[in-house]
Each structure stands twice: as structure tokens, then as C-alpha cells.
Design a binder for this molecule. Structure first.
Ligand SMILES: [Fe+2]
Length: 288
């Protein structure tokens, strides 16, 4: 397994000489995890990567989490969710389709699993659009002006998945069933330090998923929204992001503590089908 090319100057690598359809050895998993934390985002061209291989890699890297939107989980693989605009012959959705478009976030921000690893595997790719964008929270911190660094260091955030999910369902009626009271209760609101030290790399970052942030300590709603917009705008400046144009068989694996990601405008591919398999796994406190 080795780097074929970097994806940006700060993060991301396309890797080669790795076959994820073969049984995973301990050495191979360690090399994969080491490379993942070094680069934060790995691209693997994996044309025959089936759900059974995705589940095996998810288990090798940590503790896979079962999908919250269970109606779109793959039968037999509760940790793998179908994402995209796929429908059945009757026009009913067979994948979770969030129409929000651009929406920077880290997976796991709402569930408390901020170190989670996401895998996204492309099956069907539209001819235009449907890209996924990535931004480094480390690079964002490192390039932030010192006055803003000092201002945000002591702040705490309240992230709320349910508050966010209610907004999605209002915006995309029918995209998914509303969560039951028990499911909602299983995802309570979470408080985090805004400025954090990555548990594995030791690098400083700021951690914020805009649409989940209900509160920032000491700020009113106007100040909260202004600060979030400033931090996200800085992190996602065009010169710092990686925009992945998917091909069928692409697997992206990323560290949600180090990166934010975002979909792009879904109206770009209304006449084309987009289908990806997503899984999320919570690593042990140290991997590799
Ligand atoms: Fe996501």
C-alpha cells in the first residue's frame, strides 16, 4: 500500500497497491489506519468492493455503528446505508436523499462519536455534479488569525442532531421517516470544546458542524451565526478544499475529527441516478 498522489497540499491521498476484497491482515489494517491518520482522507479505486468487504474494513478499523435511518440499510448489513436519489419501479426512494446540497459537517458530531471514520463507496454516479467536498479543520486552525484563535479557544459548543434532523425533514418531506421518541432520545445533544487536540495526531483543530450548532457559550444567536459563518467560510475557502468527482468503484475513507465534508447542489443531477454505500465506524482511542 502506498501513496499514488496527494489530493491537496494539506490533506488527502490516493493510495494504490491495496486490495480490500482480500482477507484483512493485522499488518494491512495497521498500515491503512496509519495512512488514514497521516492524510485524513484516503481514495482507493476498488471496483469490486462489496458490502461484505465494507463491513469487514469497518470492523477492522473500529466499532461500526448501525445506521440511524434503518429503512435504507442494506439487508444483512445494518451498518451500511444507501445514499442518493435511487428509487424503485414505483418511484419510492430506496436510498436516503438529503436535498440540502452544500452543508459542511463532520459525521458523528450529533452522536458524540467525533473521531468516527466514514467510508463512502460509489456505485452509480451522475454525469454531472454529485461531488463531495472536503476541508481540513487542522489547516483551518493553522491559518486562522491569532486574534480569532485567542477568542475561540475557551468556547464550548452545543451540537444537536435532532434539531438538525427536524430541519432536514421539513426541507425534504418524505426523505426519511421521522425518528421515534426512543431513537431521538438515543441521540442527545452534545457539548464539545470548540478548539480541540486531535486524539491521535496531536494537531490542533476547531470542530464545528454548522447546521447542528444550537449554542456557542457566551454568544447570542446573532453572534453564534456570525462566528460559525466566519469559521466555516475560512475552513472551506476554495483554495483549501478538495472536491471529489466520483467514478463508480471509488472508495473514500476519512477521519471526521480532522475534516469537514459537504455534498454539492443536488439539482445538478435530477435526471441521473446517484447511489453510494456509507458506513461509519468508531475507532479505538488509538489505532496503529
Ligand atoms: Fe456526512
Amino acid at each position: 500500500m502506498r501513496v499514488r498522489r496527494p489530493l491537496t497540499a494539506d490533506f488527502g491521498a490516493e493510495v494504490e497497491d491495496v486490495d480490500l476484497t482480500q482477507p484483512l491482515s493485522g499488518d494491512m489494517v495497521k498500515a491503512f489506519a496509519d495512512m488514514l491518520y497521516r492524510h485524513a482522507l484516503l481514495l482507493v479505486r476498488a471496483p469490486h468492493f462489496a458490502p461484505t468487504h465494507q463491513a469487514a474494513l469497518a470492523r477492522a478499523l473500529g466499532r461500526p455503528k448501525d445506521e440511524t435511518r434503518k429503512e435504507f440499510a442494506i439487508p444483512g448489513f445494518p451498518m451500511i446505508c444507501r445514499l442518493g436519489n435511487a428509487t424503485d419501479a414505483a418511484g419510492q426512494p430506496t436510498a436516503f436523499f438529503n436535498r440540502q446540497g452544500e452543508e459542511w459537517h463532520s459525521d458523528g458530531a450529533g452522536s458524540g462519536d467525533i473521531s468516527g471514520i466514514t467510508m463512502l463507496y460509489a456505485l452509480d454516479v451522475p454525469r454531472e455534479g454529485g461531488e463531495t467536498m472536503y476541508a481540513s479543520l487542522h489547516a483551518a486552525w493553522d491559518t486562522l488569525d491569532p486574534a480569532t484563535q485567542a477568542r475561540i479557544r475557551p468556547l464550548r459548543t452545543l451540537h444537536s442532531f435532532n434539531w438538525h434532523n427536524d430541519k432536514i425533514l421539513r426541507r425534504s418531506p418524505g426523505a426519511a421517516r421521522p425518528l421515534s421518541p426512543a431513537e431521538r432520545a438515543a441521540i442527545p445533544d452534545r457539548r464539545y470544546d470548540l478548539v480541540q487536540t486531535h486524539p491521535i495526531t496531536g494537531r490542533t483543530l476547531y470542530y464545528v458542524s454548522p447546521n447542528l450548532v444550537r449554542e456557542i457559550s457566551g454568544l447570542d444567536e446573532t453572534e453564534r451565526d456570525a462566528l460559525v459563518a466566519q469559521l466555516i467560510g475560512h475552513a472551506s475557502a476554495p483554495e483549501r478544499i478538495y472536491r471529489h468527482r466520483w467514478s463508480p468503484g471509488d472508495l473514500l475513507v476519512w477521519d471526521n475529527n480532522a475534516l469537514m465534508h459537504s455534498a454539492t447542489d443536488v439539482s445538478a443531477y435530477v435526471d441521473d441516478r446517484r447511489l453510494l454505500h456509507r458506513s461509519f465506524t468508531v475507532p479505538p482511542s488509538r489505532v496503529g
